[in-house]
Design a protein around this ligand. Sequence first.
Ligand SMILES: Nc1ncnc2c1ncn2[C@@H]1O[C@H](COP(=O)(O)OP(=O)(O)OP(=O)(O)O)[C@@H](O)[C@H]1O
Length: 328
Amino acid sequence: MSEHTNTVSSLADPAARAALTGGFEDAPGAAKPDPILVVDNIVRQFGGMTAVDVQHLEVQRGLITALIGPNGAGKTTFFNLITGFDRPTTAGKGAHWSFDGRTLDKTSASSVARAGMVRTFQLTKALSRMTVIDNMMLGAQGQAGENLFKSMFRPTWRSQEREIEAKADDLLARFKLYEKKHDYAGSLSGGQRKLLEMARALMSDPKMIMLDEPMAGVNPALTQSLLGHIQSLRDEGMTVLFVEHDMHVVRHISDWVAVMAEGRLVAEGSADTVMSNPAVIDAYLGAHHDTDLGDDALLSEEHMQELAEEVAAEEAEREAEEEAEGLR
Ligand SMILES: Nc1ncnc2c1ncn2[C@@H]1O[C@H](COP(=O)(O)OP(=O)(O)OP(=O)(O)O)[C@@H](O)[C@H]1O
């Protein structure tokens, strides 16, 4: 295993990030000095319902941007659209988006990944039945979605295998999963699964990593470690775009926050700015009344206790599901 070497971005410095975002306008669709992703006129309707209607969004290179919004706001649909897993209703009618200067309007999910915009995938049942290292090897093939399995049999696979495995070993060591290399992915804890999802996405050397609820189901002990990993990726120069419901997490690691409600982008700004924005508060209160918009006490005992209870409930649910499957 080779030693992991980190390069450090100038944006690893909090003062540099504050100076940069301090120059951004606090408004939905605000221009950024060096956007890695630019989205225009992406609309997705399901029947008569508009799930996504984003007129303009720019994601700044090198920062951690959170995409938040109440349940049903359209965040996941938006992720699906820009990564080529779904098509906008406005495709061919003004929808346009580009990543790192490259137009992605008619691009397949695997080409989006090859362009350097990679999303994490939940450990599906099929992937759970594979070992940790096999999951990593699949990640090297560019996260081709439904083509993941097909990609395993490419003729180039064998010749590259040793090199790819060395890279996988490095990442597994970095994410403290090396000892689990030959275990079934399904035997990992909730937090270790999230680490594996992230490590797998990194196999294709993305320029931007997109995380959908990276903290969901993660036990408190691993929360801190996952947050640290996300910040390290940014500090090494990667752009991070993530969807997260836990506002403590959002406040803790985001450099910039974009807010969606009812399909539209309704606010952008620092975490503090957006969370005190009346339009954002209204959107959340309209959706569900008990949302905690978070404070700085991310790792308070009370919050840890809540997380631990959530995790215990989810684990119990998962075990019950697995048991039921075993009986079938
Ligand atoms: N395939 C689909 N068919 C019909 N409606 C859909 C489909 N996918 C999403 N929707 C609807 O689109 C809206 C946006 O859903 P989406 O899952 O993108 O929201 P979200 O912000 O990710 O929500 P959550 O935070 O709860 O995951 C919802 O009303 C949802 O029911």
